[in-house]
Design a protein around this ligand. Structure first.
Ligand SMILES: *Cc1c(COP(=O)(O)O)cnc(C)c1O
Length: 814
């Protein structure tokens, strides 16, 4: 992109506050964490329901960002940078993108549909890129924000665009259409599933069809419901498995284990096509892709040979644990300039290690001459503070000198031969390569070898849940997030980092060592320790943790150490017992507490708190209210008599939901962050965070009369197909979940557990499920949910989450 501020002022009709409107802009950003070559970036301060990017502006100015599109100028920033003031920053971003799109005149494919958008987009990119310089939406950038960001990445070298559009309710597609302006439309499918944002299926179809208002051709699964919304000027190009009148009628599917042969009729002739997939969704996506190739009038043989090589699309960047204490980001399926930028952003946000390495293959389809391309890549590498680059491929080897610390290898095999010498340890490694380089072999080498069971943590869902609870808070109320017990089993440090980015006010842990490991991991947020043992006071002080003090004995012990160390105003948190009867000063000790603290400057009462026993239980509503009243009384007394103004807090997750009036100055969010609510209605609004996954180790068929597992507790009444899954009670799956009580999910179907859960394995019934050894198994996540498991096991979700053993690898993704 190459625009001057003057251009942008005119396009957005913005009010201008600053100097040098002739300055040039070469990139757009909305993410404060990942601003590169900041000087020429234009930062759009978007305002979400709970997050206002205007708060990051001051920080951004300090790292050299100079140009901002804002809806107001933050007080502290006035006259310190250039501001373009608009009414709505998101609309401004969309407006700029639409203008920018209008500067280009090559064909653009616009994709929408309920499923498969991203996969069809990635496949089309693969199928068409031998002949075109493709610009496509990175990953699943298909939202009101993602689409404009994808479009502004177009440059003059591209000659084909592939963009996806996703919507969740009415009146959204119109905006995306204006930005994408597709000439070729692809509607992948319309799921019949109930969508919250639409009142019925017809409304959903009508809304999605808006993307194709101006399209010359529309590719779609034949259906009258869709056809009534196709414009006169748009050529319909349909496919079907059932309707012979479709333009492409797919008649025959011969399914072998890993491969499908499709027979299709097109313009009165029959053809055959082989694809390396067997599942229904992949077959549909392949047929959508086929029609695009037919529309481009590719020769049948070219279509055959390219489609035979389709591959599973990795939908996201996975962060995995690597060997020698490394962390690796696996993006081993694509290499183009745009997706490199995004992958580097993810590496940046993963600030676990100072040392950063990028393993990079030759880069394809940039459109730029290699000289210029590798200069651009080198610049990107520098601005992301990458310590070393390992280039693999003939071309990148040729341009080695562009990079400051670069080792190159001609091919992947040569890299692997030299693997030991490269000495990977204590660093973050991004692995990014075009498919032909087979970097998955490098991932296998670098990945820590653990068994196949993983707990996947969706960091986006976590952010979403945080914002959901934030939206329930009165203005000015602070938020402490409880990350005790390893983030409720979900992983302490990674979650703490995300929370730090979201600028929560406090973290809470149970024990000092949990806090110490967060501080060692670089967390700067203040951390309250709920249960500090006297033996840990020294460490607490040394690491700048803040103890909760809950008894006179503890207070005296802490004061003694604090005095020895000559501390002044060291922050402590006073817990009062209002009825939970676990920890806390009782009412009759409060006078002595006050007397002890009066005139004492060694410590500072940073906050006063209490904890509720029944915030989740309507049957004990009155008791909960009495706790709140007592808390108000005791804390007021301490505040008045000491003449201090600490933060007061009593609510946990269910308290936030049920006692809006008792938020005081802060709340303590726990289980809700992890996507669990004890209120069924509220549960609907939360997103699932953790998915415990494994795979099928072995499948066998047993005859009627045979048994499964220890004690022969399952007896087959008929011939039964049994799958063995490598997860057991040592991983945290309760034995009570076996013997017909519980189930796992395979291919979106329930598979009942047969017999007893063993230490490291369990067996399930897959009679009705078309599955193979190696297929994914979901132990909990969307289904069964942790809440359902807890209910059937007569416990609470907290126990299930925190029981997942540490031997289960945690994998984080966005
Ligand atoms: C664990 C804990 C919380 C959070 O409780 P949730 O029910 O998970 O929200 C809050 N305060 C204290 C003192 C806790 O121990």
């Amino acid at each position: 992109m190459n625009l001057t501020i003057n251009n942008v002022i005119a396009i957005l009709d913005a009010q201008w506050f600053g100097q040098h409107p002739e300055a040039c802009i070469d990139s757009i950003s909305i993410d404060s964490r990942s601003l590169q070559n900041s000087e020429h970036s234009l930062f759009f301060a978007l305002i979400g329901p709970n997050n206002d990017a205007h708060h990051y502006i001051q920080e951004l100015i300090s790292i050299g960002v100079q140009h901002f599109v804002v809806s107001y100028i933050p007080e502290a920033c006035a006259a310190k940078a250039n501001f373009l003031v608009v009414k709505n920053t998101l609309e401004a971003l969309q407006q700029l993108a639409a203008y920018y799109r209008s500067l280009f005149h090559f064909p653009i494919i616009g994709l929408t549909g309920s499923n498969g958008k991203t996969i069809v987009k990635e496949w089309l990119n693969f199928l068409l890129s031998p002949d075109y310089n493709v610009i496509r939406s990175p990953k699943s950038y298909n939202s009101q924000v993602g689409v404009p960001l994808s479009v502004v990445a177009i440059n003059e070298k591209h000659n084909l665009g592939i963009f996806e559009a996703g919507i969740s309710t009415v009146n959204e597609m119109d905006k995306l259409e204006k930005i994408i302006k597709p000439n070729i439309g692809v509607l992948t499918n319309i799921g019949s599933s109930h969508d919250e944002g639409f009142s019925n299926l017809d409304e959903k179809i009508k809304e999605k069809m808006q993307l194709f208002n101006d399209a010359e051709v529309l590719i779609y699964p034949k259906s009258a419901d869709i056809e009534k919304y196709i414009n006169q000027n748009t050529k319909a190009f349909s496919w079907s498995f059932k309707d012979e009148t479709a333009d492409v009628f797919v008649t025959k599917k011969v399914v072998s284990n890993r491969e499908t042969t499709l027979e299709y009729q097109f313009k009165g002739k029959s053809y055959e096509l082989k694809i390396p997939f067997v599942d229904k969704a992949s077959i549909e996506n392949a047929v959508s892709s086929l029609l695009v190739l037919l529309h481009f009038e590719y020769e049948i043989e070219v279509i055959q040979s390219r489609m035979e090589m389709l591959f599973p699309v990795q939908m996201r960047l996975e962060v995995k644990n690597g060997i020698n204490n490394c962390s690796i980001i696996d993006d081993s399926y694509s290499s183009d300039y745009q997706s490199l930028k995004i992958a580097l952003d993810v590496l940046e946000s993963q600030n676990q290690y100072d040392k950063k390495t990028v393993i990079l293959s030759d880069i394809f389809q940039s459109g730029f001459p290699n000289e210029q391309l590798y200069a651009k890549v080198a610049k990107l590498i520098v601005s992301n503070k990458i310590n070393r680059v390992i280039g693999i491929g003939e071309t990148i080897s040729e341009f080695k000198e562009q990079f400051s610390n670069c080792i190159t290898f001609k091919n992947t095999a040569e890299f692997i031969a030299n693997f030991e010498k490269l000495d990977f340890s204590n660093e973050s490694i991004l692995i990014k390569g075009a498919r032909s380089f087979q970097f998955e072999e490098i991932v296998t080498l670098l990945e820590e070898k653990t068994h196949e069971t993983v707990l996947e943590i969706n960091l986006n869902a976590l952010s979403y849940n945080l914002n959901f609870f934030k939206s329930k808070l009165q203005p000015k109320v602070k938020i402490m997030v409880m990350v005790k017990a390893f983030g409720y089993g979900n992983g302490g440090l990674e979650i703490a980092k995300l929370l730090e980015h979201h600028k929560v006010d406090y973290l809470g842990v149970a024990f000092a060592d949990e806090g110490i490991s967060l501080k060692n991991g670089g967390i700067k947020l203040p951390i309250m320790v709920l249960n500090p043992e006297s033996t840990s006071f020294s460490a607490i002080i040394q690491y700048g943790l803040e103890p909760e003090i809950y008894s006179l004995k503890g207070l005296h012990a802490f004061l003694k150490i604090a005095k020895q160390k000559n501390l002044q105003h060291f922050p402590i948190h006073i817990k009062v017992d209002t009825g939970m009867h676990r920890l806390g000063f009782e009412e009759n000790t409060v006078d002595e507490l006050i007397a002890t603290l009066k005139g004492n400057s060694t410590v500072k009462v940073q906050s006063i708190l209490s904890h509720m026993a029944t915030s989740d239980d309507v049957n004990h509503h009155d008791f909960a209210l009495s706790q709140i009243r007592l808390f108000d009384k005791l804390s007021s007394k301490i505040i008045n008599e000491l003449g201090i103004s600490p933060i007061r807090h009593i609510l946990n997750t269910s308290g936030i939901s049920n006692f809006k009036e008792a938020q005081f100055d802060m709340v303590r969010l726990g289980i809700g962050l992890y996507g669990v609510s004890n209120d069924e209605n509220e549960q609907k609004y939360l997103e699932n965070v953790g998915t415990l996954k494994s795979i099928i180790s072995q499948i066998r068929v047993i005859p009627a009369g045979d048994s499964v597992g220890y004690g022969r507790r399952f007896m087959a009444e008929k011939t039964t197909k049994v799958a063995t899954i490598p997860i057991g009670y040592a991983d945290g799956i309760s034995r009570s979940w076996g013997n017909g009580v519980g189930f796992v999910t395979i291919k979106e179907q329930k598979a009942a557990i047969l017999g007893s859960v063993c230490m490291d394995m369990l067996m399930v019934d897959v009679n009705e499920i078309d599955c193979l050894e190696g297929d994914d198994v979901i132990i909990f996540g969307e289904s069964p949910t942790v809440s359902l498991m807890a209910k059937k096991l007569n416990t609470i979700p907290y126990e299930i989450l925190t029981s997942i053993s540490q031997r289960v690898k945690r994998v984080f993704y966005r």
